[in-house]
Write a protein that binds this ligand. Structure first.
Ligand SMILES: Nc1ncnc2c1ncn2[C@@H]1O[C@H](COP(=O)(O)OP(=O)(O)OP(=O)(O)O)[C@@H](O)[C@H]1O
Ligand SMILES: [Mg+2]
Ligand SMILES: [Zn+2]
Length: 679
């Protein structure tokens, strides 16, 4: 674009545009709110004066200045008193919503100097810090102060003293009190997961925010649309000079925080029809379950749990506390049981889904980190759970998370926030995230004689925050093996899974977004069922029986039942929903919490690591060994097993296994073949 194409009287043309009622009103309001900027919806300008709007996109540097001057001139007409008050005699015009967004992936040299709109998640932010705009310098020779307008990243002193009589080349002292500062902040945005081509690393862009109305507007984890001018700056190498390859950044003009709005997925009327007819299908639950990772064979109950996780329960915002609606689901399993595949699939189809490994893919790991920047100063970087705010975080190999995350994840899983207080940064970030996590057993394979807490290297405090835990065992089973191998081989032969009535992933994602607007309420019948189940579990057994279930599980049950109602877009949680929630909870408790010995539910396993009756039996055996030792020194194993069978009715095979466990734990040893002794 050449100079000849510049418009005549751009300032006047812009002021004409501002004379529309909408903007006259906005300008009047500035005096009330003491605003320093005026927001213009770009569409309005495009409609009113497309030539002018085109120039703003093409040559933002001069044209934004024309706009600023025009706005100030109009402010002088509308609110002369307020205009008078403004020290700088200027206001900034900020443009919201350009006609198109530029993907970070295609941002390049072509856009340098242009006004663009980019979209992404804030991954990093420095604290707001003062930026000197006009610097005052005092000459050390004669004491004259001169001020210098600043630009660029470094503080510049004058070349010579402004007093012609002196005109020495310094030295100068910086005078802070007489310099003018403005708030500034550096942030980094990253491509949204949904814009990411499969298998590629997300692109990012640094953005400079200047002005008190832009600074601290958004936090890491927020989804934003940012309008700004693309700049290219050559990085400076000490003693070498500036590099030829420039780095792009954006000087922000307007920041629009999107995550404060409800999830915005555009659903056409045609799609809405499809969604509503699907919801009326009595088999909708099965259909959706079948559409989740159809290439993965079996695991129906896990897919059912994933269905509930995708839809989620309803968050309760009480005056004093908030109870989360999102669920946390953990899969513990042997190698090669398709855990990673399931997680990756869910990461792809879930609205705002994200797949990451326990270590995280950035320095911020799963929660957040305070990083020291190259140029000095600190910045706050958001981890996976913050980036997946209002979405689903699929965390593979969660047992391998960083030690810092192990501490911070407790808060993230229950309160749905991540708090940071380090290096002068104090912040609380949102992490309203459903978690689908996978872990390998501590010993490589799941040991059925050990409980969940012993099988995973995760503290009980974290385990108890999962609504459901399932175990994926790679047990050889003839029939299942035959079916599964057929399924996998067929898959490789024809390239698709042979499952009827699947829902397309795109429609499924829209269905989930649509369903999230439904807020089902428990019916009396549903409440009764959940209550009965809760009481039954709590009271199973005698006074010192293991506590079968805690208030946490009751909340989980409610979430599951609500999610199931949501799947059918129902506003009421029926008894049937409650039954399904109970069934899947029972299944999960059986897998991880069942006392292997008495088959009684035993949440003690999750909470303390050992089931109560198992603990009791181990104690009986140990006491017996100690008693017999008193008489014989060593205990003959055969005699021990007989005694346990007759006196304590612990069957020989069971006693054998428990003795084996004591062996493994190192509580007893074998001084001689066939004999035992306490260590
Ligand atoms: N039930 C199944 N249906 C279809 N494919 C399966 C099934 N189980 C395993 N596979 C296949 O086995 C391979 C290994 O799966 P995956 O890598 O997801 O295992 P994993 O559980 O994550 O293992 P690890 O614990 O070692 O990370 C994949 O190619 C997967 O498709
Ligand atoms: Mg894996
Ligand atoms: Zn001087």
């Amino acid at each position: 674009m050449t100079e000849e194409l510049a418009l005549a009287d751009p300032q006047e043309r812009f002021q004409d545009f501002l004379k529309a009622d909408k903007y006259r009103e906005r300008i009047s309001r500035m005096a009330v709110t003491e605003a320093l900027s005026l927001t213009v919806d770009f569409d309005d300008l495009l409609a009113a004066d497309s030539e002018l709007s085109g120039m703003i996109l093409e040559k933002p540097d001069p044209y934004l200045e024309h706009a600023n001057k025009a706005a100030y001139a109009q402010l002088q007409i509308e609110e002369p008193e307020y205009a008078e008050q403004l020290e700088e005699e200027r206001i900034t015009v900020r443009f919201r919503g350009l006609p198109e967004t530029t993907l970070l992936r295609i941002l390049g040299s072509e856009q340098i100097g242009k006004l663009v709109m980019v979209e992404g998640i804030i991954v990093r932010a420095t604290p707001a810090r003062p930026l000197v705009m006009v610097a005052s310098f005092k000459c050390k020779r004669c004491g004259t102060t001169s001020s210098l307008v600043q630009s660029g990243p470094f503080l510049r002193a004058p070349f010579t003293c402004s007093d012609p009589a002196c005109s020495s080349k310094g030295p100068f002292d910086f005078v802070q009190e007489e310099s003018k500062f403005i708030d500034s902040q550096d942030i980094r945005i990253q491509e949204k997961p949904e814009d990411l081509p499969p298998g590629q690393l997300p692109r990012w862009l640094n953005i400079k925010l200047v002005g008190r109305d832009l600074v601290d507007l958004a936090r890491p984890g927020d989804h934003v649309n940012i309008v700004g001018i693309v700049r290219a700056v050559a990085p400076t190498m000490p003693r070498i000079g500036k590099l030829r390859s420039f780095r792009l950044h954006l000087d922000a003009n307007h920041v629009d925080v999107r995550s404060k709005e409800p999830e915005t997925v555009t659903i056409s009327t045609e799609e809405e029809k499809q969604i509503l007819s699907l919801a009326r299908d009595p088999w909708v639950h099965r259909k959706i379950l079948r559409s989740i990772a159809p290439s993965i064979y079996g695991y129906e109950y896990i897919k059912e749990a994933i269905t509930y996780l995708l839809f989620g329960g309803v968050a309760k915002h009480l005056p004093d506390i908030t109870v989360r609606g999102e669920m946390n689901l953990l899969l513990v399993g042997d190698p090669g049981t398709a855990k990673s595949q399931l997680l990756q699939y869910v990461g792809r189809i879930a609205p705002r889904g994200l797949y990451t490994s326990g270590r995280g893919t950035t320095a911020a790991g799963l929660t957040a980190a305070v990083l020291r920047e190259k140029g000095g100063g600190m910045s706050l970087e958001a981890g996976a759970l913050v980036l997946a705010d209002k979405g689903v975080a699929c965390i593979d190999e969660i047992d391998k998370m960083r030690p810092e995350d192990r501490v911070a994840i407790h808060e993230a899983m229950e309160q749905h926030t991540v708090s940071v207080a380090k290096g002068g940064i104090v912040a609380t970030l949102n992490a309203r995230t459903a978690i689908l996590a996978a872990a390998n057993p501590a010993l490589g394979r799941y040991d059925p004689y050990r409980n969940v807490a012993e099988n995973i290297t995760l503290p009980i405090t974290i385990l108890s925050r999962f609504d459901l835990i399932f175990v994926l065992k790679d047990l050889p089973e003839k029939e299942a093996d035959a079916k599964m191998s057929e399924h996998i081989l067929e898959l490789h032969r024809v390239g698709t899974a042979h499952v009827e009535s699947q829902i397309e992933p795109d429609l499924l994602r829209k269905y989930i977004s649509y369903a999230k607007n439904v807020k089902p309420v428990l019916t009396k019948e549903a409440v009764q069922r959940l209550k009965d189940f809760y009481l039954e579990m709590r009271s199973s057994g005698t006074e010192n029986a293991p506590i079968a279930i805690t208030a946490r599980q009751l909340e989980s049950l409610v979430r599951l039942a609500e999610a199931r109602a949501r799947v059918a877009l129902r506003k009421e949680v029926t008894a049937e929903d409650a039954e399904a929630a109970i069934a899947i909870t029972r299944r999960s408790l059986e897998e991880v919490g069942v006392d292997m010995v008495s088959h009684k539910m035993d949440i003690d396993i999750i909470m303390t690591g050992k089931p109560k009756s198992l603990r009791d039996k181990l104690k009986v055996i140990l006491d017996t060994i100690l008693d017999m030792e008193k008489e014989t020194g060593m205990v003959e194993k055969k005699a021990l097993l007989e005694f346990l069978e007759t006196k304590h009715s612990i069957s020989a095979p069971e006693a054998e296994r428990l003795v084996g466990q004591l062996f493994k734990e190192g509580t007893i040893y074998s001084p001689k073949e066939g004999f035992l002794k306490k260590t």
